[in-house]
Design a protein around this ligand. Structure first.
Ligand code: ADP
Length: 413
């Protein structure tokens, strides 16, 4: 019997959703094409939401709604599954489970779980640590309760893959009482890092437990994860997604003394600091051009020196962070690039690999330029493989729902 699984991936500025159909007795080796995909963009224009729906049969609908009522927009988006030109279901009861990406699961959630009132309460409590993302994730869960009633829902946490970080990796050198209040390193992008680790093993035809990997998730947000024996042993994001690499508009790691200076001398408020560090730093802050690497590259071609400086810092920090993960792994079998920048920028991949020549790592320039996806771009004689993997977080969420199917009652509508 086929199972229809709806996946919701809520971010601060957009809400992506898709519907998969899977056989209930086995998973396909490769991600299948979703039957229906939707994206709501909350940032398109103030007071408006833009909804885009596409189906596997090729129907496309784009609408703009004048409202800031997010639950109402989500209800409308979900209804397009069984109503209107993008209808793919006879009946909403055909959906057997809904999987959600939940950004923060704290230290308690090490695996995906069926959502219960206690899980919802934990997600709400953790909003203190993830004030933008966890409330958006809860909103998605509640929108489903409104539209589909008491359907099983599964939370897939971005922090879960990093739940096995050792105490010396997870603990900040701060007063111990702060650790007891939950101030520790959690790590993020875990759904993507876990998917890429599994896909890397598949592409290399090796057991994941035999591999030492560094995964570079380079999108708007950027993080690295070192994977040994199939487990995340170190990652660059920490208590929040601000730590680690320089990103599109986030600063990454900086001297906390800068914040003390701004609070003391410049009377910055908490909100102003939050805004600058998350939305006005990184490639955007340094260049003054954009958080989007494509526009930075264009500006560099036009001779923009601050854009060049921004990219130079980005690459310097990326190389330094890759190097910092090597001792914990004791070697490297494959370096993996994923997400918007990692999948598309041959320049960033080449520059990241340049610093690793001492490991014998060598990429094939032609392969690197050939828009590779799910491919090995290292030369035949390179002892370290270099993979470009298209990350598929939604598919990873759908697979977790499928694995949990024995924990909930379902019947096919
Ligand atoms: P998110 O972190 O929001 O999921 P993505 O993984 O989609 O983001 O990455 C978005 C970023 O990817 C863009 O801001 C842009 O910098 C980068 N990107 C996308 N396509 C290209 C490309 N062809 N060349 C360079 N960078 C690209």
């Amino acid at each position: 019997m086929p199972m229809k699984i709806l996946v919701l991936n809520a971010g601060s500025s957009s809400q992506k959703s898709c519907l998969y159909e899977l056989a209930d007795d086995r998973l396909p080796a490769l991600p299948p094409e979703p039957l229906w995909e939707a994206k709501v963009d909350w940032t398109h224009q103030q007071g408006f939401a833009e909804i885009e729906i596409a189906t596997a049969r090729g129907d496309r609908v784009q609408t703009e709604i004048q409202t800031s009522d997010r639950p109402a927009v989500m209800a409308q988006m979900i209804e397009t599954l069984w109503n209107g030109p993008t209808r793919v279901l006879e009946n909403p009861a055909e959906i057997v489970v809904v999987g959600h990406r939940v950004v923060h699961g704290g230290a308690a959630y090490r695996d995906s779980v069926l959502i219960t009132p206690a899980v919802k309460a934990a997600i709400a409590d953790l909003a203190a640590f993830a004030p933008v993302h966890n409330p958006a994730n809860l909103e998605g869960i509640e929108a489903i309760e409104q539209s589909l009633g008491a359907i099983p829902q599964v939370a897939v946490f971005d922090t879960a893959f990093h739940a096995h970080l050792s105490p010396q990796v997870a603990t900040y050198p701060l007063p111990y009482e702060w650790l007891e209040q939950g101030i520790r390193r959690y790590g993020f992008h875990g759904i993507s890092h876990r998917y890429c680790a599994q896909r890397a093993a598949q592409l290399l035809n090796r057991k994941l437990t035999s591999l030492r990997l560094i995964i570079c998730h380079l999108g708007n947000g950027c993080s690295l994860t070192a994977v040994r024996d199939g487990i995340s042993v170190e990652t660059t994001m920490g208590f929040t997604p601000l730590e680690g690499l320089m990103m599109g508009s986030r600063c990454g790691s900086i001297d906390p003394g800068i914040l003390l200076h701004l609070l003391r001398q410049e009377q910055y408020s908490v909100e102003q600091l939050d805004q600058v560090l998350n939305k006005g730093s990184g490639l955007l802050g340094v260049s003054g051009v954009s958080a989007d690497l494509r526009q930075i590259e264009q500006a560099i071609a036009d001779g923009h020196t601050r854009a060049q400086l921004a990219l130079d810092i980005y690459l310097h920090r990326l190389r330094a962070a890759i190097a910092a993960l090597l001792p914990g792994l004791g070697g490297l079998d494959a370096l993996v690039f994923t997400a918007g920048v990692g999948e598309n920028s041959a320049r960033v991949r080449a520059a990241a690999c340049e610093g690793l020549g001492f490991l014998g790592l060598k990429i094939d320039p032609q392969q690197n330029q050939s828009r590779p996806l799910d491919q090995d771009i290292a030369t035949a004689d390179s002892p370290v493989r270099v993979l470009v993997i298209h990350t598929q977080e939604d598919w990873a969420i759908a697979q977790d729902c499928w694995h949990l199917r024995s924990t909930f009652q379902y019947r096919n509508g």
